[in-house]
Design a protein around this ligand. Structure first.
Ligand code: AP5
Ligand code: MG
Length: 214
Protein backbone atom coordinates (compact mmCIF):
# COMPACT_ATOMS: atom_id res chain seq x y z
CA UNK A 1 0.00 0.00 0.00
CA UNK A 2 1.47 3.36 -1.05
CA UNK A 3 0.15 6.28 0.92
CA UNK A 4 0.82 10.02 0.89
CA UNK A 5 0.02 12.24 3.87
CA UNK A 6 -1.06 15.74 2.87
CA UNK A 7 -1.73 18.60 5.25
CA UNK A 8 -0.40 21.88 6.60
CA UNK A 9 2.67 22.00 8.85
CA UNK A 10 1.53 20.71 12.23
CA UNK A 11 -1.66 19.11 10.92
CA UNK A 12 -0.59 15.78 12.41
CA UNK A 13 0.91 14.07 9.34
CA UNK A 14 3.84 12.64 11.28
CA UNK A 15 1.70 11.55 14.25
CA UNK A 16 -0.69 9.63 12.00
CA UNK A 17 1.96 8.34 9.57
CA UNK A 18 3.75 6.58 12.44
CA UNK A 19 0.54 4.82 13.45
CA UNK A 20 -0.24 3.83 9.87
CA UNK A 21 3.29 2.45 9.42
CA UNK A 22 2.95 0.36 12.55
CA UNK A 23 -0.52 -0.99 11.79
CA UNK A 24 0.13 -1.89 8.14
CA UNK A 25 3.79 -2.91 8.52
CA UNK A 26 5.20 -0.44 6.00
CA UNK A 27 8.01 2.13 6.45
CA UNK A 28 7.26 5.72 7.46
CA UNK A 29 9.28 8.02 5.22
CA UNK A 30 9.44 11.66 6.33
CA UNK A 31 11.57 13.99 4.21
CA UNK A 32 11.68 16.42 7.16
CA UNK A 33 13.07 13.65 9.42
CA UNK A 34 15.67 12.69 6.77
CA UNK A 35 16.79 16.33 6.52
CA UNK A 36 16.93 16.70 10.32
CA UNK A 37 19.00 13.50 10.65
CA UNK A 38 21.42 14.91 8.05
CA UNK A 39 21.64 18.22 9.90
CA UNK A 40 22.39 16.39 13.12
CA UNK A 41 25.02 14.27 11.35
CA UNK A 42 26.63 17.38 9.83
CA UNK A 43 26.41 16.07 6.25
CA UNK A 44 26.65 18.28 3.16
CA UNK A 45 22.98 17.58 2.40
CA UNK A 46 22.11 18.62 5.96
CA UNK A 47 24.01 21.91 5.67
CA UNK A 48 22.27 22.75 2.40
CA UNK A 49 18.82 21.90 3.79
CA UNK A 50 19.25 23.74 7.10
CA UNK A 51 19.46 27.18 5.52
CA UNK A 52 16.03 26.72 3.92
CA UNK A 53 14.35 24.90 6.80
CA UNK A 54 15.30 27.47 9.45
CA UNK A 55 13.55 30.14 7.34
CA UNK A 56 10.45 27.99 6.87
CA UNK A 57 11.19 27.73 3.14
CA UNK A 58 11.15 24.54 1.09
CA UNK A 59 14.40 22.75 0.31
CA UNK A 60 14.84 22.99 -3.50
CA UNK A 61 13.26 20.24 -5.62
CA UNK A 62 16.68 19.36 -7.15
CA UNK A 63 17.83 18.15 -3.75
CA UNK A 64 14.59 16.68 -2.44
CA UNK A 65 13.28 14.66 -5.39
CA UNK A 66 16.41 12.55 -5.95
CA UNK A 67 16.72 11.87 -2.24
CA UNK A 68 13.12 10.62 -1.95
CA UNK A 69 13.22 8.53 -5.14
CA UNK A 70 16.39 6.80 -3.89
CA UNK A 71 14.66 6.05 -0.60
CA UNK A 72 11.55 4.43 -2.12
CA UNK A 73 13.74 2.10 -4.17
CA UNK A 74 15.22 0.56 -1.02
CA UNK A 75 14.37 -3.04 -0.14
CA UNK A 76 11.99 -2.28 2.76
CA UNK A 77 9.65 -0.44 0.35
CA UNK A 78 8.56 -3.49 -1.68
CA UNK A 79 5.17 -3.68 0.07
CA UNK A 80 4.61 0.07 0.05
CA UNK A 81 5.24 3.00 2.38
CA UNK A 82 3.66 6.05 3.93
CA UNK A 83 5.18 9.32 2.70
CA UNK A 84 5.04 12.20 5.18
CA UNK A 85 6.03 15.63 3.86
CA UNK A 86 6.55 14.55 0.27
CA UNK A 87 5.42 15.62 -2.28
CA UNK A 88 5.17 19.28 -1.36
CA UNK A 89 5.22 20.88 -4.81
CA UNK A 90 3.61 20.02 -8.13
CA UNK A 91 7.02 19.16 -9.70
CA UNK A 92 7.67 16.75 -6.79
CA UNK A 93 4.27 15.10 -7.32
CA UNK A 94 4.84 14.81 -11.06
CA UNK A 95 8.29 13.26 -10.56
CA UNK A 96 6.83 10.72 -8.15
CA UNK A 97 3.94 9.84 -10.48
CA UNK A 98 6.40 9.38 -13.34
CA UNK A 99 8.88 7.28 -11.35
CA UNK A 100 6.06 5.00 -10.14
CA UNK A 101 4.50 4.73 -13.61
CA UNK A 102 7.86 3.51 -14.94
CA UNK A 103 7.53 0.58 -12.53
CA UNK A 104 3.85 0.05 -13.41
CA UNK A 105 2.79 1.40 -10.01
CA UNK A 106 0.79 4.29 -8.57
CA UNK A 107 -0.12 5.93 -5.27
CA UNK A 108 -3.11 4.19 -3.64
CA UNK A 109 -4.23 6.90 -1.20
CA UNK A 110 -3.45 10.56 -0.58
CA UNK A 111 -4.85 11.41 2.84
CA UNK A 112 -5.40 15.09 3.52
CA UNK A 113 -5.37 15.84 7.26
CA UNK A 114 -7.39 19.02 7.34
CA UNK A 115 -6.70 21.59 10.10
CA UNK A 116 -7.31 25.38 9.85
CA UNK A 117 -4.36 27.77 10.28
CA UNK A 118 -5.67 29.13 13.58
CA UNK A 119 -5.38 25.71 15.25
CA UNK A 120 -1.92 25.11 13.76
CA UNK A 121 -0.16 28.04 15.39
CA UNK A 122 -1.22 27.03 18.89
CA UNK A 123 -0.25 23.38 18.30
CA UNK A 124 3.28 24.08 17.16
CA UNK A 125 4.53 25.89 20.24
CA UNK A 126 3.65 22.82 22.33
CA UNK A 127 5.35 20.27 20.12
CA UNK A 128 8.47 18.52 21.34
CA UNK A 129 10.52 16.34 19.02
CA UNK A 130 13.16 13.66 19.39
CA UNK A 131 15.91 14.21 16.81
CA UNK A 132 17.33 10.79 17.60
CA UNK A 133 14.33 8.57 16.71
CA UNK A 134 11.79 10.98 15.22
CA UNK A 135 9.12 10.54 17.93
CA UNK A 136 6.85 13.56 18.42
CA UNK A 137 5.07 14.76 21.56
CA UNK A 138 2.91 17.65 22.65
CA UNK A 139 3.20 19.21 26.10
CA UNK A 140 -0.58 19.27 26.43
CA UNK A 141 -2.11 16.72 24.03
CA UNK A 142 0.52 13.96 24.03
CA UNK A 143 3.01 14.47 26.85
CA UNK A 144 6.02 12.15 27.30
CA UNK A 145 6.08 10.11 30.55
CA UNK A 146 9.00 12.16 31.83
CA UNK A 147 9.15 15.83 30.88
CA UNK A 148 11.74 16.56 28.19
CA UNK A 149 12.76 12.92 27.66
CA UNK A 150 11.79 10.63 24.75
CA UNK A 151 9.66 7.62 25.83
CA UNK A 152 11.04 5.52 22.98
CA UNK A 153 14.81 6.06 23.14
CA UNK A 154 15.51 8.19 26.21
CA UNK A 155 17.09 11.11 24.30
CA UNK A 156 16.44 14.75 25.24
CA UNK A 157 13.44 16.32 23.48
CA UNK A 158 13.78 19.63 21.63
CA UNK A 159 11.57 22.47 20.45
CA UNK A 160 12.25 22.48 16.70
CA UNK A 161 14.05 25.56 15.39
CA UNK A 162 11.27 26.07 12.81
CA UNK A 163 8.45 25.91 15.40
CA UNK A 164 8.99 29.52 16.49
CA UNK A 165 5.77 31.50 15.77
CA UNK A 166 7.24 33.74 13.03
CA UNK A 167 8.69 30.73 11.18
CA UNK A 168 5.42 28.82 11.54
CA UNK A 169 3.70 31.73 9.76
CA UNK A 170 6.20 31.46 6.88
CA UNK A 171 5.65 27.72 6.65
CA UNK A 172 1.89 28.24 6.44
CA UNK A 173 2.30 30.79 3.64
CA UNK A 174 4.58 28.42 1.74
CA UNK A 175 2.09 25.60 2.34
CA UNK A 176 -0.84 27.55 0.85
CA UNK A 177 1.17 28.68 -2.17
CA UNK A 178 3.04 25.51 -3.06
CA UNK A 179 1.56 22.46 -1.35
CA UNK A 180 -2.20 23.03 -1.13
CA UNK A 181 -2.55 22.66 -4.95
CA UNK A 182 -1.63 18.99 -4.45
CA UNK A 183 -5.07 18.37 -2.94
CA UNK A 184 -6.52 19.09 -6.37
CA UNK A 185 -3.81 17.07 -8.10
CA UNK A 186 -4.62 13.91 -6.11
CA UNK A 187 -8.36 14.51 -6.29
CA UNK A 188 -8.05 14.44 -10.08
CA UNK A 189 -5.98 11.26 -9.79
CA UNK A 190 -8.94 9.73 -7.89
CA UNK A 191 -6.99 8.81 -4.74
CA UNK A 192 -7.78 11.70 -2.37
CA UNK A 193 -9.35 11.09 1.04
CA UNK A 194 -10.09 13.91 3.50
CA UNK A 195 -10.03 13.52 7.27
CA UNK A 196 -10.86 16.12 9.91
CA UNK A 197 -7.55 16.71 11.70
CA UNK A 198 -9.05 18.87 14.45
CA UNK A 199 -10.41 15.81 16.24
CA UNK A 200 -8.36 14.02 18.89
CA UNK A 201 -5.49 11.87 17.61
CA UNK A 202 -7.27 8.53 18.16
CA UNK A 203 -10.37 9.66 16.28
CA UNK A 204 -8.26 10.96 13.37
CA UNK A 205 -6.58 7.54 13.21
CA UNK A 206 -9.94 5.72 13.32
CA UNK A 207 -11.10 7.81 10.35
CA UNK A 208 -7.91 7.01 8.44
CA UNK A 209 -8.26 3.28 9.08
CA UNK A 210 -11.82 3.40 7.79
CA UNK A 211 -10.44 4.83 4.54
CA UNK A 212 -7.57 2.33 4.23
CA UNK A 213 -9.49 -0.72 5.45
CA UNK A 214 -8.63 -2.76 8.56
P1 AP5 B 1 8.43 18.59 8.04
O1 AP5 B 1 9.28 17.97 9.06
O2 AP5 B 1 7.71 17.73 7.08
O3 AP5 B 1 7.46 19.60 8.75
P2 AP5 B 1 5.95 20.08 8.38
O4 AP5 B 1 5.27 19.63 7.16
O5 AP5 B 1 6.04 21.52 8.53
O6 AP5 B 1 5.11 19.30 9.30
P3 AP5 B 1 5.36 19.08 10.77
O7 AP5 B 1 6.32 17.95 10.97
O8 AP5 B 1 5.67 20.39 11.41
O9 AP5 B 1 3.90 18.70 11.21
P4 AP5 B 1 3.10 17.32 11.14
O10 AP5 B 1 1.97 17.48 10.20
O11 AP5 B 1 4.02 16.15 10.93
O12 AP5 B 1 2.49 17.31 12.58
P5 AP5 B 1 2.85 16.46 13.90
O13 AP5 B 1 2.32 15.08 13.72
O14 AP5 B 1 4.26 16.62 14.30
O15 AP5 B 1 9.32 19.61 7.18
C1 AP5 B 1 10.16 20.55 7.81
C2 AP5 B 1 10.88 21.36 6.75
O16 AP5 B 1 11.70 20.48 5.95
C3 AP5 B 1 10.02 22.09 5.74
O17 AP5 B 1 9.58 23.34 6.22
C4 AP5 B 1 10.97 22.20 4.56
O18 AP5 B 1 11.92 23.23 4.75
C5 AP5 B 1 11.72 20.88 4.61
N1 AP5 B 1 11.08 19.84 3.78
C6 AP5 B 1 10.52 18.67 4.21
N2 AP5 B 1 10.01 17.97 3.19
C7 AP5 B 1 10.22 18.71 2.07
C8 AP5 B 1 9.90 18.55 0.70
N3 AP5 B 1 9.24 17.48 0.26
N4 AP5 B 1 10.27 19.53 -0.16
C9 AP5 B 1 10.94 20.60 0.25
N5 AP5 B 1 11.26 20.85 1.54
C10 AP5 B 1 10.91 19.91 2.44
O19 AP5 B 1 1.89 17.22 14.92
C11 AP5 B 1 2.16 18.56 15.31
C12 AP5 B 1 1.93 18.73 16.82
O20 AP5 B 1 0.54 18.61 17.09
C13 AP5 B 1 2.61 17.64 17.67
O21 AP5 B 1 3.04 18.23 18.87
C14 AP5 B 1 1.50 16.61 17.91
O22 AP5 B 1 1.72 15.90 19.12
C15 AP5 B 1 0.26 17.50 17.95
N6 AP5 B 1 -0.91 16.84 17.38
C16 AP5 B 1 -0.97 15.99 16.30
N7 AP5 B 1 -2.23 15.58 16.06
C17 AP5 B 1 -3.01 16.22 17.00
C18 AP5 B 1 -4.41 16.22 17.28
N8 AP5 B 1 -5.28 15.50 16.53
N9 AP5 B 1 -4.85 17.00 18.31
C19 AP5 B 1 -3.96 17.73 19.07
N10 AP5 B 1 -2.64 17.76 18.86
C20 AP5 B 1 -2.15 17.02 17.83
MG1 MG C 1 6.14 15.97 10.70
Amino acid sequence: MKIIMLGAPGAGKGTQAKRIAEKYGIPHISTGDIFRANIKGGTELGMKAKAFMDQGQLVPDEITIGMLLDRIHEADCVNGYVLDGFPRTIPQAESLTKALAEMGEAIDYAINVDVPDSAIVSRMGGRRACVNCGATYHVEFNAPKQEGVCDVCGEKLILREDDKPETVQNRLTVYHEQTQPLIDYYQKAGVLAEVDGTQDMDQVFTDIVSVLGA
